[in-house]
Design a protein around this ligand. Structure first.
Ligand code: GAL
Length: 442
């Protein structure tokens, strides 16, 4: 029996929730590499000085704004370190892969994979492994330093049957409120509300001060992300983590109350259409049209790229009720089955996992390095605070960004959230979420 385990949530000191995936691939192969064979399943690679040569097509959704800058930082280093290779940027615009994931799925399905693509550590990666769409990269991870340089908990989320399937590039935090301190001061709202009720009261103050939409939202995935943080606030990390296992109770009073509070928050938000991406929602805070936006910490790069000053032009705090919890997601890069330039792709993975690659990329992206040996002092204050939180806080997995639920489960949840956004049927949302969990929780 093929038993796969990945962590759903873990404390700074250990696991608080775990899910076991059992035989979802339909056989016991454990993925395209033959599975179960540890490092035996991938031959040791022998990096060539200057790179293997040829085109290296890299697929991401980092096509605009600060995300593009992060990718460009990596591209610049790739050109310097591997001059024999030609970087081919296959990015498809749309935050959280809102358009990219469908294109990628079609390309993989049609046997036309890129040489490497971005995938989230956790449940999303397991989907690709189950579908035999990616190969183990144990050799690259070993070369980079393995568990000496990547946190074991993170490696666990990209490992199946002892094979490691991607190289992590970064860690992001999803439960961050980005705020405009000038708007808050003018409204007499607090700098950091203590809980969701206090936050709702502050939203009312902001509204009374003449700001029509105190909190900004974008399309559906941003709503899923906002909702997951409200779930976390209402349930706490342990019960939240249990939601992604058969132990979870989506029909509980806690989930009911989270749905109610989420509905109240939406009453203070702008009207968004599904195509509205995160930069527009963050810009609403930058420009003072909203006081708050809940966004992953890729947003800090947006403030920085517009020369906004930390503490003066913008502030940040954990979504009220989630202090001490780090709502986690991590990007990582894969080696697709059938990649045309496997050796060139491995050069890309080597760069992504290197100390210099992680420093350059994460400085531009707002995330923190996945590697533990990149010096915090080289990063601005927000990222330093995130590095500290990642070490000390309880870790919970993001729903919207592939850490907690499979792509099919996320798709059903997104449909439910979108329906709620237009219809505001609280009981309907809770029952849709419960029925999705019944279908997918294992
Ligand atoms: C996430 C991804 C982040 C960032 C964000 C917004 O899914 O992990 O790196 O790109 O989407 O696009």
């Amino acid at each position: 029996m093929d038993r796969r385990q990945f962590l759903i949530g873990l404390g700074a000191a250990g696991v608080v929730g775990a899910a076991t995936l059992t035989g979802c691939g339909g056989d016991d192969s454990g993925g395209g590499g033959g599975g179960g064979g540890g490092t035996e399943s991938t031959p040791a690679s022998s990096p060539m000085e200057g790179g293997a040569g040829g085109d290296v097509g890299v697929f991401t959704w980092w096509a605009e704004g600060s995300e593009k800058e992060g990718l460009e930082a990596l591209e610049g280093l790739f050109k310097e370190d591997y001059p024999n290779n030609t970087f081919v940027n296959l990015a498809v615009a749309g935050g959280a892969g809102s358009s990219a994931k469908a294109k990628l799925a079609a390309d993989l399905q049609n046997g036309n994979p890129p040489d490497s693509f971005q995938g989230h550590a956790g449940a999303e990666l397991i989907d690709y492994i189950d579908a035999d769409q990616i190969l183990p990269v144990n050799d690259v991870i070993d070369e980079l330093g393995g568990a000496d340089v990547f946190p074991q908990d993170l490696l666990d989320r990209i490992t199946v049957n002892d094979d490691i399937y991607s190289v992590p590039s970064n860690v992001h935090r999803a439960n961050v409120v980005w705020a405009n301190p000038k708007v808050l001061a003018e409204a007499g709202a607090s700098e950091q509300p203590g809980d969701l009720d206090a936050w709702l009261a502050d939203m009312q103050k902001v509204k009374d001060s003449g700001v029509e939409t105190p909190i900004s939202v974008g399309g559906t995935w941003t709503q899923v992300q906002l909702f997951e943080t409200i779930l976390l606030a209402e349930l706490g990390a342990e019960d939240y983590s249990a939601l992604f296992t058969t132990e979870g109770d989506w029909e509980s009073d806690g989930v009911k109350s989270a749905v109610e509070k989420y509905g109240k928050i939406l009453e203070f938000a702008n009207t968004a259409s599904d195509g509205d991406d995160w930069p527009a929602a963050t810009d609403a805070v930058i420009e003072g049209r909203a006081a708050y936006n809940v966004m992953g910490d890729w947003a800090v790069a947006q403030f920085a790229s517009k020369d906004k000053v930390d503490g003066e032009d913008y502030t940040y705090f954990a979504v009220p009720g989630t202090e001490g919890v780090f709502d986690f997601l991590a990007d990582s890069f894969t080696l697709p089955t059938g990649a045309k330039n496997e050796e060139g792709a491995k050069d890309w993975l080597r760069l992504v996992g290197s100390e210099e690659g992680q420093k350059a990329f994460n400085l531009a992206k707002g995330s923190i390095p996945a590697r533990t040996d990149v010096a915090p002092d080289d990063f601005p204050p927000y990222q330093q605070s995130a590095m500290k939180s990642f070490k000390e806080d309880t870790i919970a997995s993001s729903i919207a960004h592939g850490a907690a639920v499979s792509m099919a489960w996320l798709s059903d949840m997104s449909t439910a959230m979108s329906k709620f956004y237009s219809g505001r049927d609280e009981a309907g949302l809770q029952s849709d979420l419960a029925s999705a969990a019944k279908t997918y929780a294992v």
